[in-house]
Design a protein around this ligand. Structure first.
Ligand SMILES: Nc1ncnc2c1ncn2[C@@H]1O[C@H](COP(=O)(O)OP(=O)(O)OP(=O)(O)O)[C@@H](O)[C@H]1O
Ligand SMILES: [Mg+2]
Length: 313
């Protein structure tokens, strides 16, 4: 089973309006609610690709109920821990006609010690060969070394952990040999305090992260595609997908989901890389998170492109 974790899920409230002016009253042209959070995005794309998964995390209050309801509508199976006090946060996303995007992200409620213990008990039930995906930053109410703690707890069970995080949060997990890490190009550079110029730089730095313990290193390059260094020591590149970029939020989460879906379905690095790249692109090319058909079309186009580059067609 694949498990995702969203420590601080949000009810995203997206408002469309003409122009935003501070200090004025505005009327919206359209408004909608979504369940937000990096782990939920990963679960969403896995579900689109028919890969069973369970969304773990913490919810509270009436907003938490609504997040759970929306997650269920997406077809995702949630096993959230319900906290006794507070409300899950509402993040307000204002989209104005001039294309400007103004986001107000709330802090979220504190995760109490008892709820955190319930979470540790839950992940204690994970079995060998399960996958656990940890994405994004850690809320202030949790210990800053929680990713390390989780990987350490699971290290004796050969659970495959995926870490999509930045800086020390990512680096400190490497000694527990995560199955996959997915820094983007800038995040990779930040880890080494250098500017990544080209694929040679990516491969050189990814090899260092492997020496520190990472098994597979997937480096995303936004509109330029991605590079994968596998635990078998080979590297492969995914060509960029072509389309009109609409909203890139969640592209990284979609790529992680697509990669794992491809790996579970085919056990093949090249296919996993292309499905990951296609899923990221499909999300970048739409308003919200990618749907199955869009992913499939882009995956087929990328597969064709890659075959013709190799002279197979
Ligand atoms: N504008 C784009 N055009 C085509 N493909 C894209 C675009 N943006 C993202 N992608 C695809 O999605 C993948 C992940 O995107 P990106 O490198 O932006 O991840 P990220 O920076 O981790 O994103 P996030 O903001 O979700 O954390 C890319 O490797 C690429 O395959
Ligand atoms: Mg990212």
């Amino acid at each position: 089973m694949i498990y995702t974790v969203t420590f601080n899920p949000a009810l995203d409230y997206t408002l469309r309006l003409d122009n935003l002016t501070a200090g004025r009253i505005h009327r919206t042209a359209e408004e909608s609610f979504y369940a937000g959070g990096k782990g939920i995005n990963v679960s969403n794309v896995l579900t689109q690709l028919d890969i069973p998964n369970i969304a773990l995390g913490f919810i509270a209050g009436f907003t938490g109920d609504e997040i759970e309801r929306l997650v269920n509508i997406l077809g995702i199976k949630p096993e959230f821990i319900r906290m006794p006090a507070g409300n899950s946060r509402v993040n307000v996303k204002i989209r104005s006609a001039d294309g400007a995007e103004t986001d107000i992200n709330a802090r979220g409620c504190n995760i109490d010690a008892d709820s955190l213990n319930q979470f540790y008990t839950k992940i204690g039930d994970l079995k060998s060969k399960d996958y656990l995906i940890l994405s994004g930053s850690i809320p202030n109410s949790l210990p800053s070394d929680i990713y390390e703690t989780i990987l350490q707890k699971l290290s004796t069970k050969s659970v495959n952990c995926v870490v999509d995080a930045t800086g020390a949060l990512l680096r400190n997990t490497l000694k527990y040999a995560p199955f996959l890490i997915k820094p983007n190009k800038e995040e990779l550079g930040e880890l080494f305090n250098e500017t990544v110029q080209d694929d040679d730089d990516i491969i050189r730095l990814a090899r260092i992260l492997q020496k520190e313990g990472a098994r597979n290193v997937l480096v995303s390059k936004g509109a330029e595609g991605a590079v994968l260094l596998t635990e078998t020591g080979i590297y492969m590149k995914a060509p960029p997908a072509h389309g009109t970029t609409v909203n890139t939020v969640g592209a990284g989460d979609s790529m992680v989901a697509g990669f794992l879906a491809g790996w579970s379905l085919y056990g093949d690095y090249q296919k996993a890389l292309l499905l990951g790249t296609a899923s990221g692109a499909a999300t970048a090319f739409c308003e919200n998170i990618a749907r199955k058909d869009e992913i499939k079309n882009i995956y087929d186009a990328l597969t064709k492109k890659t075959k013709s580059q190799k002279g197979e067609e």
